[in-house]
Design a protein around this ligand. Structure first.
Ligand code: PCD
Length: 805
């Protein structure tokens, strides 16, 4: 006799919420069986490559294609002149600006796209780009955002020089893009005036780049017979790409199919629309054959979306006891040559106004001015929900700076000003409604885990030993407590180019009780096929392994706004749970019919409906699925399908407490990360193992940014961080051991209580590293030293403080 499985065994079999289910996609990825854009090979396919500007700012006097066209294997060379008749030489950006697809009379940043060569293979295309003769006349380059609005600053955007009204209001100067503000400036200034203590600092978050392992690319294929354009690409938002492609090409939307196959990391870099996509599509329409375009590493680092480049002047007002009474902040935002920043329409500086962070600050103001410079366009939220990373860095540095001035422990100052658990839902001075949080508990858990008291004691000893000349190393302790804002977002305040930021899930249960679910999002490595099946497993009682998850094909998936801003779990994850509940509601009706009871007499139990008080009488989900296809149930349509389009009522606000310890050799600037503890609270956890992986990845990227990444430009506009020789990408050698931890404070408005997590470690990691480096020198009078904290800069800091030999 077989004993029936216990409840625990039935739950275990589902591998639902909370299970550390192994990633189903890894079987494919670890065996080289992924299917990335560059794996797509179509008959007759041609290859495109760009001629790019060597100058940061120059006039184009002439372009001669003859030599390139004469090269065997070259099929076409496109320039702005060829795109003009199609009205495609400029494209709309996500920020309400326009961007040159191919440079129109002028180049505005180094490596800007000037001409597109189409050839029989990629090597011929690359060689032929060298044969396109472009005559440039160099112009003075503008690379310093602080000089962008000087009277004598060079005019960059001749195409809009007379347009003094921008997408976000009036422009003050020909290089000004927008002024945007939030909060109560007069009230904040008063708080500063009346304050017992104030601090002010200009904090730069340097220009960096997401640098995914796979660069951007696409394959465009125009089928002239049935008029259908198919675009495979590295798109983080395939549906939006389809809509935008339809609007700008006038090809009806149903005749465009956009497919995001496997993606090798996105990190925001693959949100925007790039000239390569437009040129490939045009070239395919013109030649009638498929065109592939895939960037190389240098092109990716120098011409596709950068991140950050914010100069943030923060001011805090406080009482002597440490109570913060106001925050004033102004940001000078360097958006490069075109405003192609990827933010929801209403927010030209994203969600920067989450800058009050985890603190109960009574009054605040933030103003942002965006300016043009001769740098690559396309500011993206690199592992960040629309500029929250910059905001978190600013406030977390400012808190440390204030603590120093007050001669108070930075932890104590944080604890004193945290929003209290009982204040949630909490409305911040800048207008956000934080859904839930318990900051004190998180911080206390972190302090205990690292034995904070002992660390500070050790540091005091280290400092004394340093004075006695017994060591040349200084110890730094970095604290960060961040609040993220993820899950864009409520359609009422978040849209991209007019498309509301809801998301979706469609579920189809097969007769034998397995299922397929399709979502409007697209995984780039996050493991959606694993985790979203887990949400469903718990909701509908079908084992996760019996649920196929599909994303990224606009011909089959329901419409959604894609994956970035850690929005998939908060929005599409919610849609998945809601669609699951619709399935369950219908399943309940079917079960009632089969068991000959009233629906209300049934209760859900793990993977079945059972009669209340008589669990023997039950129908499993598997039985119900079969019945839905096999029996004519009065009043019910056959089949078991559901779709949910979910418009979240609010964002979710994950948070975390991070503590980093570094040891700095003052004579070399070499900074060892001794330990890093990260406590994350992302509400209900779907898959703890995946969350840990997400945190490891995000912390590694935070390490990269804080300790070395920098896309800088020299005075004539040459980009300095344009290859992996110069741009810091840490390997396992530089990466310390991460210690992860969690608390669980569910989101009250999300159907399963989950918040996003993918970005959190980047948001909290950067300030923790930077605070640690700054802390190491704090007793020597250092208030703030700018990132990146590479060995050279750290050594310079030590030198300036008179510590080097
Ligand atoms: N989760 C869980 N639980 C919870 C949450 C979450 O489990 N509570 C998991 C999910 O499901 C998935 C993940 O985790 O799987 C994540 O999630 P989320 O947070 O929601 O997010 P998503 O949306 O999905 O994603 C996005 C993110 C981002 S944003 C980024 S950058 C990055 C991250 O994600 N990216 C990446 N991560 C990652 N990973 C990988 N591998 N890769 C990649 O690329 Mo942006 O904005 O885009 O910048």
């Amino acid at each position: 006799v077989q004993t029936p499985p216990t409840d625990a065994e039935r739950v275990e079999k589902l591998q639902g919420l909370g299970s550390s289910r192994k990633r189903v996609e890894d079987a494919r990825f670890t065996q080289g069986k992924g299917n990335y854009v560059d794996d797509i090979k179509l008959p007759g396919m041609l290859f495109g490559d760009f001629v790019r500007s060597p100058y940061g700012h120059a006039r184009i006097n002439s372009i001669n294609k003859d030599a390139a066209l004469a090269m065997p294997g070259v099929v076409a060379v496109l320039t702005a002149e060829d795109l003009k008749p199609l009205n495609l030489h400029y494209m709309p950006t996500l920020a309400g600006d326009v961007q040159a697809v191919l440079a129109d009379e002028k180049v505005l940043f180094q490596n800007q796209e000037v001409a597109f060569v189409v050839a029989e293979d990629r090597y011929i295309a690359a060689d032929a780009t060298e044969l396109v003769e472009v005559e440039y006349e160099e112009l003075p380059a503008l690379v310093d955002a602080f000089k962008a609005m000087d009277d004598d600053a060079p005019l960059l955007r001749e195409d809009i020089k007379d347009k003094m009204e921008g997408a976000h209001g009036p422009r003050k100067h020909h290089n000004h893009i927008f002024h945007w503000e939030e909060g109560d400036e007069a009230g904040t200034n008063k708080a500063l005036q009346d304050a017992e203590v104030t601090v002010e600092e200009m904090i730069t978050y340097q220009r960096v780049h997401p640098c995914p392992l796979e660069t951007c690319g696409c394959v465009a294929s125009m089928d002239k017979i049935n008029g259908k354009l198919t675009l495979w690409g590295t798109f983080q938002a395939p549906h939006a790409v389809r809509t935008v492609a339809s609007l700008i090409t006038n090809i009806p939307e149903h005749n465009i199919r956009v497919v995001s196959p496997d993606i090798g990391g996105g990190f925001g870099n693959k949100v925007g629309v790039y000239p390569g996509y437009i040129c490939s599509a045009v070239a395919s329409i013109v030649t009638g054959v498929p065109i592939k375009w895939v960037e190389d590493r240098i092109e990716n680092l120098t011409a596709t979306a950068f991140a950050r480049d914010y100069h943030m002047t923060g001011k805090l007002a406080a009482k002597k006891d440490g109570t913060i009474t106001g925050l004033h902040c102004h940001v000078l935002a360097d958006h490069g040559a075109f405003d192609a920043c990827a933010d929801p329409t209403k927010f030209p500086a994203g969600f920067f106004h989450i800058c009050t962070g985890s603190y109960d600050i009574p009054v605040a103001y933030c103003g942002v001015d965006g300016v043009y410079t001769n740098k690559a366009p396309g500011g993206v939220a690199y592992r960040c929900s629309f500029r929250v990373t910059e905001a978190a860095y600013m406030i977390e540095r400012m808190i440390d700076i204030l603590a120093r001035k007050l001669d108070m422990d930075p932890v104590e100052l944080r604890m004193k000003n945290f929003i209290n658990k009982d204040q949630f839902p909490y409305t911040s001075a800048l207008g956000w409604e934080y859904d839930s949080g318990d900051y004190h508990t998180a911080m206390e858990k972190a302090l205990e885990a690292v034995d904070y008291q002992a660390l500070r004691a050790e540091q005091a000893e280290n400092r004394a030993a340093f004075e006695r000349g017994e060591t040349r190393k200084l110890m730094g302790i970095g604290i960060a407590h961040f609040t993220e804002i993820v899950g864009a977002g409520p359609v009422k305040n978040c849209d991209i180019l007019g498309l509301g930021m809801f998301d979706s899930c469609e579920i189809r249960i097969h007769p034998t009780g397995s299922a397929i679910a399709r979502l409007g999002t697209i995984s780039q490595g996050q493991g959606h096929a694993t985790t979203f099946a887990q949400i469903l497993a718990t909701e509908i009682g079908i084992p996760a392994e019996d649920i196929t998850l599909e994303e990224g094909d606009t011909d089959t998936a329901p419409y959604g706004l894609g994956t970035y801003g850690s929005r998939s779990t908060p929005v599409a994850g919610a849609a998945t749970a809601m669609a699951g509940r619709k399935i369950r509601a219908k399943a309940q009706m079917i079960a009632a019919y089969l068991l000959e009871v009233h629906e209300g007499d049934l209760e859900w139990d793990i993977d079945r409906f059972q009669v209340k008080g008589n669990p023997e009488a039950h129908k499993t989900m598997k039985e119900i699925a079969f019945a839905s296809y096999n029996q004519a149930i009065p009043g019910l349509e056959p089949g078991l399908e559901a779709v949910s389009y979910y418009d979240p009522p609010n964002m979710t606000y994950p948070f975390g407490a991070y503590i980093c310890v570094v040891d700095i050799d003052v004579d070399t600037g070499v900074t060892d990360v001794r330990s890093f503890y990260a406590l994350d609270d992302c509400g209900t956890r779907i898959n703890p193992m995946i969350i840990e992986g997400q945190v490891h990845g995000g912390l590694t990227e935070a390490l990269a940014i804080a300790m070395g990444q920098d896309i800088s430009y020299d005075e004539i506009g040459n980009v300095q961080g344009g290859s992996l020789m110069d741009f810091y990408l840490p390997t396992a050698v530089e990466t310390p051991l991460w210690q992860t931890d969690h608390t669980t404070t569910p989101s009250p408005h999300h159907p399963i209580g989950a918040k996003g997590v993918g970005e959190s470690p980047n948001v909290g990691g950067v300030p923790a590293f930077s605070n640690a480096v700054n802390d190491a020198f704090a007793h020597k009078g250092l208030t703030h030293t700018q990132m990146p904290h590479d060995h050279w800069r750290v050594w310079k800091t030590a030198q300036k403080l008179g510590l080097t030999g």
